[in-house]
Ligand binder design. Structure first.
Ligand SMILES: [Zn+2]
Length: 459
């Protein structure tokens, strides 16, 4: 039946890309532009203003944007190199490197990919002193200015990434990107508590609105979303690992660790699709699967987490590659959920509204064998509990009846005893009366015989 209906959820790949046509992924947080084009637009509008808003904030503009002033604005064609993301120019500015710096670079180069503890160890060594003190100074500054608007904090962090990337000038691209990931983790693990869900933005309200919206859509089934779903026989929901991964995102502190959760969730969606679908999954299957997962998971503080990633994450992880694709799809998912209507779910507007108003009972979701058994066990338990309650109530009622019966028997017996006492009293009274009567009769008879005798003797 569902196979004949047309798909309500669809997104073209062009819709996922930056509005400027640079080839990177766009994002609703940047009004459809990629991070780079968006920041360039913001900068342009700010420099066109007669008064520069950033100037009033303790000279941050001067401190953190001096490298920005040097760089040329690159437009148009897509650039695949990491260095362009950090510098915005085809070749990074050359810096004179001392012997010490070269030794430090070599040490950093020897690190295994993803070895963050090793990076921290190296950072504490004298050869990395310059880098270490820059990071510490930056952290202290942001913590001191914790009440700056979150967008300004975001600008400062992004500028810091660009400036610090110069420090690793000379490393191959892959290693530069790894070093930057370590720097991001170092900075954001400490700044998370200062900038996440910041007072200056309405992230918290948006989280609540989205959470309520997802709750109100709890009746949406995989079939309505056209998500390939097993008809039974599989012990658990194949999307469960994806649901768990997206819920875990809130507990992570570094933007890249949150992004890893998004990637893990997305990869699990693809795996679930492969498990349930005979055909290879397409982009629309993936988006529908992701919508289903987010509806089921209702992830905590989803808006806040996504804004945190776009504001404080490394731009290259969002603009290109697998993580960029997954994150852009997650943004589309949220946008879809916010405007989800009848036609998107193959329902008439009337049907959609009656589900939303609770006039129509939510259809029982498709459940796996394990879920069915668990539900049946639960139902049996509830049934047993109800029966036990009934038995208890019956026993209590019986006891009450018994007590009442005993009481009434006792009363009856008392009554009978009282009556028999009365009867006994009456009988004994009557007996005494009868004796008395008999005695008086005898006396009368004696008297009568005495009176006749003299007459006979006279004759
Ligand atoms: Zn762009």
């Amino acid at each position: 039946m569902w196979g004949e209906q047309k798909r309500g959820i669809h997104v073209s790949q062009a819709e996922l890309l930056c509005k400027d046509g640079c080839g990177y992924y766009g994002n609703p947080a940047w009004q459809g532009y990629c991070s780079k084009c968006w920041r360039e637009r913001i900068r342009k509008t700010e420099t066109n203003k007669p008064e520069n808003g950033l100037q009033g904030d303790g000279g941050f503009q001067l401190t953190f944007s001096k490298f920005e002033e040097k760089k040329n604005v690159e437009k148009g064609r897509r650039s695949s190199t990491m260095k362009r993301l950090f510098w915005g120019t085809p070749s990074p500015p050359r810096q004179e490197t001392s012997e010490g710096q070269e030794a430090a670079l070599k040490a950093f180069q020897s690190l295994e990919p993803g070895d963050f503890p090793g990076f921290l160890k190296l950072l504490r060594k004298p050869i990395s002193q310059r880098l270490h003190s820059r990071c510490t100074a930056f952290l202290n500054t942001i913590e001191a200015y914790h009440d700056l608007p979150v967008e300004k904090q975001s600008d400062l962090v992004q500028d810091f990434y660009q400036n610090i990337a110069v420090h690793f000038n000379g490393l191959p691209e892959a290693q530069l990107s790894q070093m930057m990931e370590h720097i991001e983790k170092l900075i954001m693990t400490r700044l998370h508590k200062v900038v996440f869900c910041h007072d200056s933005c309405d992230d918290e309200q948006k989280d609540l609105i989205l959470q309520r919206r997802i709750k109100s859509l709890n009746w949406v089934t995989p079939q309505m979303l056209r998500v390939p779903f097993p008809k039974g026989g599989i012990d658990s929901d194949p999307y469960l690992p994806a649901i768990t991964a997206i819920i875990e995102m809130d507990a992570k502190r570094a933007p890249q660790d949150k992004l890893t959760c998004v990637s893990k969730c997305s990869q699990n969606v693809f795996q679930a699709l492969a498990l349930t679908n005979s055909q290879p999954a397409n982009a629309d299957d993936f988006l529908s699967g992701l919508i289903y997962v987010v509806l089921r998971a209702n992830p905590p503080r989803l808006h806040s987490n996504m804004n945190y990633i776009t504001r404080f994450g490394l731009p290259h992880s969002l603009m290109a590659g697998e993580t960029g694709y997954y994150f852009t799809n997650l943004s589309c998912t949220v946008a879809f959920i916010e405007k989800l209507d009848g036609p998107a779910l193959n329902l008439t507007p009337e049907e959609f509204n009656s589900y939303m108003n609770g006039h129509r009972a939510p259809p029982r979701p498709l459940e796996s064998e394990g879920q069915r058994k668990a539900r049946e066990n639960q139902e049996q338990m509830e049934d047993l509990q109800k029966r036990q309650e009934n038995v208890n109530q019956g026993v209590q009622a019986f006891q009450e009846q018994l007590e009442q019966w005993v009481r009434s028997v006792q009363e009856k017996m008392d009554e009978i005893a009282a009556q028999s006492q009365l009867l006994e009293n009456r009988l004994s009274l009557e007996k005494s009366a009868a004796i008395a009567r008999d005695q008086s009769v005898l006396v009368l008879r004696d008297n009568a015989s005495n009176e006749t005798d003299p007459g006979e003797t006279e004759c």
